[in-house]
Write a protein that binds this ligand. Sequence first.
Ligand code: CA
Ligand code: CA
Length: 165
Amino acid sequence: MFGLDETTLGIVDAPVREIKSVLAAVSLELKSDGGKVELEISLTEPTVLAVPAVVDIDPDTLNLKSRGKWITAYIELPESYPVDEIDKNTVAIAAVDNGRLAQPVLAFGPTEVGDHDGDGIPDLMVKFDRAAVQALLQPGEVELKVSGRLVDGLPFEGSDTIMVR
Ligand SMILES: [Ca+2]
Ligand SMILES: [Ca+2]
C-alpha cells in the first residue's frame, strides 16, 4: 500500500473516493516441500485502503531530555483530498516502527491549514503532546505513523522518520 509511485496513485485515486472500496487483504505463500510446490492463498481481514498521506514531523531530531510542549506534524494528502476535510479529532500517531499502538496518541491543541514546506500543496498542521510521544520512544531512528480519517470516514495514513537522542 505504501511506496506507490505517482502512476499507481493516479489509478487508485478517483475510484477509491467514489467506491470507498473495502479490499480483502490477500496473502500468497509459495511452499516447496521436497520438489512439490504448493501455492497457499489466504484471505485475511478485509481492510479499507487508506489514502496515502505525506507526513513531516517536526522536530527531525528529538532530544528526550528537552522539555518542549509539542511535537508537530504537517500532513499533505493527494490532490483530490482537501486537507481541510480531515476530521481533526481522529488524527493520531498510530504506530511506532510499524508496531501498532494499543492506544494511539491523539492530536490535540492548535491546528492550521497552511503550506509549511512551500511546495504549493496545502498541509494540515497538528500537534501532539510531546511527553506522551516521548514515552513511546527509544534513542535511534524511529518511524512514526500518523493516521486519521476524512470527515466522510475515509482513512488516511503516512509516516515520517525522526532521530531520537
Ligand atoms: Ca521531519
Ligand atoms: Ca505543503
